[in-house]
Design a protein around this ligand. Structure first.
Ligand SMILES: [Zn+2]
Length: 480
C-alpha cells in the first residue's frame, strides 16, 4: 500500500530544536497561568452551564455570545461585538504590540438534541436544541485560557496582545469563514483552539474540506390523476439528481463523503409537485477534490432538470477548507499536554460514563483522560470538517482535543450533551484552559518558537491562494 505523508514537513531533528527552545520558558509563569484558571474555575464552569442551558443554534446564539462577551468586558478586555456581519460574533482583546495570539471559542448548539445531564436519554425540553458537540465547553475553555494570559499581562508578566474570538455557527454556516473574509485574523502571529472529544490529544490529522449547496427544482403542477400530462414534477428531477449523485459514489476517491437531506419533496401524492429542494454536503481531504465534486454535482443537477423537463437552481451556501496542520506548533502544545498530565476524573465521573456506555450499547470502559502519545499524522484526515480549517490557512493554527465524553459513545448525540452539562465536561474545560494558557506562555516568551511555527506555515502555504467557499454578503439568518 502506497502511503503518502503530505503533512510531515518538519523532520524530527527540527522538532527537537523547537522543543528545546520552549524548554527555557518560565515554568513559574506557567504555574501562574494554571493558578489563574483555578481562580476563575467556578465562573468558567458557571458560564459553560449557562451556555449549555441556552443551547442556541447557528447565528441565533444571542444569549450565549452576550454572556461570554459581557464577561470579557467585565474582565477588562476591549470587546467588539457584531463583527463580520454576524450579531453573535465578537472579538475581545487585551494588551498591545506583538506577538498577537488568538484563541477561538464556539458556542452554537445542534437542533433537536435537548437532553438532561443524566445517564439515560431524556429530553430537557421537547424539540429544543442541545450541545451535542460540546461547544459550551469549547467556548468557555478557550475563554479561560485567554483570561489566564490576560491576568499575566495585567501583572506585567507577559507582553503582547491576546485575543479571544467569539465565533458563532460552527455547525452550519461556518461563522469563522466570514470572519476570515473580513480580515479579522490577518494580523495574528499564532491562533489556538480545541475541540471536545472522547480522547485527549493534539490534533495532527487535520479535517476535511467541505462544500455545501442547495439544489432547487421548479416544475409545473397539475392534478396527478386527471391531467398528469400537463404537469412536470420537480420531485422527479430531485430523484434523478439523487440517483446521479449516488451512482457517482462508485467513481470517487475513498476519502470522499457525500450526504444530503431532502428539504422539500412534495406535499401530497395527488398533486404533481412544482417545487423540490435538497441540501447537500460534499467532502474530501483537500479543497481541490471538493471543487471537482462540486463541478460534477452541478452537471448532475442540470441533467436531472433536463430529464424531468423542469428548471433548476444550484446555490453554493458555504464550505470549509481542510485544516492545515502546523507540526512545530502542535509539538509545543503536546509538551504542555504532557506537562499537565491526564484529566483526573473521579470514580463518580467514571460510573456516570459507564452507565451511558451501557445505555448506548458500547463497552463500558469509562472515560479515557490520558494524554495520547505523539503520533505521526495520518495521510488523510478522518471524516469531518470545521471552519477552523479556513483560519488555519491565514494564520498558523494549533488545535487539540480533550475528553468530555465516554469512549466510543456516539457524537452529535445525547451522551455528549449529558456529559457537557456536568462534572465530566467541567473538568475538561478547566483542563483545556490550562493547556492552552501554558502553550501561550511558551509563545509569548519564546519568539524563536513563534518563528519556527511561522516558517513551517510559510513553507506549507507557498503558492496557495486562499478563496473561501462562501457567497458574497453576510450569512443569511435562516432557521433550517
Ligand atoms: Zn464541534
Amino acid at each position: 500500500m502506497k502511503i503518502r505523508h503530505p503533512s510531515v514537513w518538519l523532520p524530527a531533528a527540527a522538532l527537537l530544536i523547537v522543543s528545546q527552545l520552549t524548554f527555557g520558558a518560565s515554568v513559574k509563569k506557567k504555574d501562574e497561568a494554571v493558578a489563574s484558571v483555578e481562580r476563575h474555575k467556578a465562573e468558567l464552569v458557571g458560564l459553560s452551564d449557562q451556555v449549555w442551558a441556552f443551547a442556541e443554534t447557528a447565528l441565533l446564539e444571542t444569549r450565549s455570545s452576550k454572556l461570554l462577551a459581557d464577561y470579557c468586558d467585565q474582565q477588562g478586555f476591549t470587546v467588539e461585538r457584531g463583527v463580520a456581519g454576524m450579531p453573535t460574533a465578537f472579538v475581545a482583546s487585551y494588551g498591545e504590540g506583538r506577538p498577537i495570539i488568538g484563541v477561538l471559542g464556539e458556542y452554537d448548539a445542534l437542533p433537536g438534541l435537548s437532553q438532561k445531564a443524566q445517564t439515560s436519554k431524556e429530553v430537557l425540553e421537547a424539540g429544543a436544541p442541545g450541545h451535542g458537540c460540546g461547544h459550551n465547553l469549547l467556548g468557555t475553555g478557550a475563554l479561560g485560557a485567554a483570561l489566564a494570559v490576560k491576568d499575566l499581562m495585567a501583572a506585567g508578566r507577559l507582553k503582547g496582545t491576546i485575543r479571544f474570538y467569539g465565533t458563532p455557527a460552527e455547525e452550519s454556516v461556518g461563522g469563522k469563514v466570514y470572519m476570515v473574509r473580513d480580515g479579522l485574523f490577518r494580523d495574528l502571529d499564532v491562533c489556538l483552539t480545541w475541540h471536545p472529544g472522547d480522547k485527549t490529544e493534539v490534533s495532527v490529522d487535520g479535517s476535511q474540506a467541505i462544500v455545501e449547496f442547495i439544489v432547487e427544482f421548479y416544475g409545473k403542477t397539475a392534478h396527478a390523476a386527471s391531467d398528469p400530462w400537463n404537469g412536470r414534477s420537480a420531485v422527479a428531477a430531485l430523484e434523478f439528481f439523487t440517483t446521479g449523485l449516488n451512482r457517482m459514489r462508485e467513481f470517487v476517491r475513498p476519502t470522499v463523503r457525500m450526504h444530503y437531506a431532502i428539504l422539500n419533496g412534495g406535499d401530497v401524492p395527488n398533486v404533481v409537485p412544482a417545487y423540490a429542494r435538497l441540501w447537500c454536503w460534499l467532502r474530501d481531504s483537500k479543497g481541490a477534490g471538493v471543487e471537482q465534486l462540486l463541478a460534477r454535482a452541478r452537471r448532475i443537477a442540470e441533467g436531472a432538470a433536463t430529464m424531468a423537463e423542469v428548471d433548476s437552481k444550484f446555490t453554493v451556501q458555504g464550505g470549509d477548507w481542510e485544516t492545515l496542520v502546523n507540526l512545530a506548533g502542535e509539538k509545543v502544545m503536546y509538551d504542555n499536554l504532557a506537562r499537565l498530565g491526564p484529566i483526573q476524573f473521579t470514580p463518580e465521573d467514571q460510573e456516570f460514563a459507564k452507565e451511558i456506555q451501557k445505555a448506548t450499547g458500547v463497552e463500558p470502559k469509562g472515560l479515557d483522560g490520558s494524554v495520547r502519545p505523539w503520533a505521526a499524522p495520518k495521510p488523510d484526515p478522518e471524516g469531518g470538517s470545521t471552519d477552523v480549517g479556513d483560519v488555519s490557512w491565514i494564520v498558523p493554527t494549533l488545535s487539540m482535543n480533550a475528553t468530555t465524553a465516554p469512549l466510543d459513545t456516539p457524537w452529535h448525540a445525547w451522551p455528549v450533551v449529558a456529559c457537557g452539562g456536568m462534572s465530566i465536561g467541567h473538568k475538561a474545560l478547566v483542563y483545556t484552559a490550562k493547556v492552552l494558557a501554558t502553550t501561550m506562555v511558551d509563545l509569548f516568551e519564546n519568539p524563536k518558537t513563534v518563528e519556527a511555527i511561522q516558517a513551517e506555515f510559510r513553507e506549507k502555504t507557498k503558492g496557495v491562494v486562499y478563496k473561501p467557499f462562501i457567497p458574497d454578503g453576510p450569512p443569511a439568518l435562516v432557521k433550517r
